[in-house]
Design a protein around this ligand. Structure first.
Ligand code: OXD
Length: 307
């Protein structure tokens, strides 16, 4: 029984130490060339490795990231579990990034950076937090953690999810029928949805039109959810006031892409959050122990839902 770490060596070294300390009976390898593929029980990887059928005794594929849309799930045998990364480092970094983005939009930071470049000393109108309605697309673990981090500022919160959910202090909307009323009460929209066939292209012209005039977007979901032309049109018409974008399709964007220089867009290169090896190794080890005890791993992907 062997664990194959199929990712970068730097993080692999941290994982190897943690496995040697906390799971010494499970051989940990980064190079499988000298191993019989039938020995491999667990793989940690970003996406589906080639020739997966070689691993006839595979039990769990752990994704090194939080999102699993890059996996070809149809090539994973149905008895193999796919587990997304649920670990404190990803959560903490996402909380930091979304807080940074929301506060930057709330307090007009991009406009002030522009004014500084022009040596302009002028104050801009500012809403109080109690009037700045935040709406989160998605109510999974990351969205809930982001809400908890932002709560002390006093913003009113709503969230939209595919199926009905409840979360303390948040107006919860769900399903196709809940989307329009959710958008109508949202001044800063945060997209934290997984990429599925239903969320592909969701951030389009129709969705932007359903937001109140002056609304802004924070996009930390997946690039393929956003229609770039529709966003530019909504910003240039003045319907949207700003956007903070961390994910795009493709990544990276070409140097000519309009997002780089748009005065209302803050663009970052998919850095909102990243798997931290110390906390991720702990999470994977705990999941292997759960699996050995006959429990489902935390982060088990529902293949029908796609996340
Ligand atoms: C992830 C990511 O899925 O980096 O973890 O986007």
């Amino acid at each position: 029984m062997v664990f194959w770490f199929n990712s970068d060596r730097e993080r692999g070294r941290v994982f190897a130490e943690a496995f040697a300390r906390d799971l010494p009976d499970l051989p940990f390898v980064m190079d499988i060339s000298e191993r019989d593929p039938e020995e491999i029980r667990y793989i940690l990887t970003w996406t589906t490795p080639p020739d997966l059928h070689r691993f006839r005794n595979l039990e769990i594929v752990f994704c090194i990231g939080a999102g699993v849309d890059q996996f070809k799930t149809e090539t994973l045998p149905s008895n193999v579990m796919l587990v997304r990364m649920v670990e404190d480092g990803i959560v903490r970094m996402m909380q930091e990034y979304v807080t940074l983005a929301v506060l930057a939009l709330h307090r007009n930071l991009k406009a002030y950076i522009g004014q500084q470049a022009d040596a302009t000393w002028r104050s801009l109108p500012v809403r109080q937090a109690a009037q700045q309605r935040i709406g989160i697309l998605g109510l999974g673990m990351l969205a809930q953690a982001v809400i908890e981090r932002l709560k002390p500022f006093g913003f009113p919160f709503a969230a939209w999810s595919r199926s009905e959910q409840h979360f303390d202090g948040v107006d919860c909307y769900h399903g196709p029928g809940g989307l329009t009323p959710f958008l109508a009460r949202t001044d800063i929209l945060i997209c934290l949805l997984p990429l599925t066939k239903d969320t592909q292209g969701l951030l389009d012209g129709e969705l932007f039109a359903a937001l109140p005039a002056g609304a802004a977007l924070v996009h930390v979901g997946r690039g393929a959810q956003l229609d770039h032309d529709a966003l530019i049109a909504a910003l240039d018409e003045g319907h949207l006031s700003g956007a903070v974008i961390d994910v795009t399709e493709p990544e990276p964007l070409s140097p000519e892409h309009v997002f780089w220089r748009h005065p209302k867009i803050t663009l970052t290169p998919h850095i909102a959050s990243a798997t931290q090896p110390e906390t991720a190794a702990r999470a994977v080890i705990d999941n292997i122990k759960r699996h050995r005890d006959g429990l489902d791993p935390i982060g088990l992907v529902d293949r029908n839902r796609g996340y």
